[in-house]
Design a protein around this ligand. Structure first.
Ligand code: UDP
Length: 151
């Protein structure tokens, strides 16, 4: 079982898409093991988007991510990182495949609704960046044999 980090960005919150997006993950069969709202600090964003520091659009990305609180989500499941990535769609929302979250709801590169970890290694850094150990939960999943029946 893998865990991955998801952030619902300010555009998802303003556009009332939180329930829709959470529902997609639930219906897919992914397990929510952490969920909270948080206002992102400069410090956290500098760390989270450290690969973008120095890019001309970085200040805009940062202020966009601070327009409202975001919703942080930790999801668990088999091959969860790649599965969530596929459900989100590519960064440029206009080019994201129909059926994906960005492909269905987004028109922008910056306002692309959602962040998700891009690899297992990244997820292992990003989950503890946003969640304390006591904010993540282990609990029985009543439907696990139906969701994963044949693996
Ligand atoms: N971004 C942007 N302009 C760009 C590239 C990225 O505004 O040219 C924003 C966009 O919101 C993206 C975030 O910066 O989601 C992080 O970029 P990254 O390349 O890590 O893409 P992601 O992993 O989010 O798809």
């Amino acid at each position: 079982m893998e865990r991955t980090l998801v952030l619902l960005k300010p555009d998802a919150i303003q556009r009332d898409l939180v329930g829709e997006i959470l529902s997609r993950f639930e219906r897919k069969g992914l397990k929510i093991v952490g969920l909270k709202m948080m206002q992102l600090s400069d410090e956290l964003l500098n760390e989270h988007y450290s690969h973008l520091v120095g890019r001309d659009f970085f200040p805009e990305v940062k202020s966009f991510m601070q327009l409202t609180p975001v919703i942080a989500l930790c999801l668990e499941g088999t091959d969860c990182v790649n599965t969530v990535r596929a459900l989100c769609g590519v960064t440029k929302a206009r080019e994201a495949a129909p059926g994906t979250i960005r492909g269905e709801f987004g028109m922008s590169v910056q306002a692309n609704l959602i962040h998700c970890s891009d690899s297992l290694e990244t997820a292992q850094v990003e989950v503890p960046r946003f969640f304390k150990a006591e904010e993540l939960f282990e609990y029985p999943d009543a439907l696990i044999n139906y969701v994963y029946s044949a693996r």
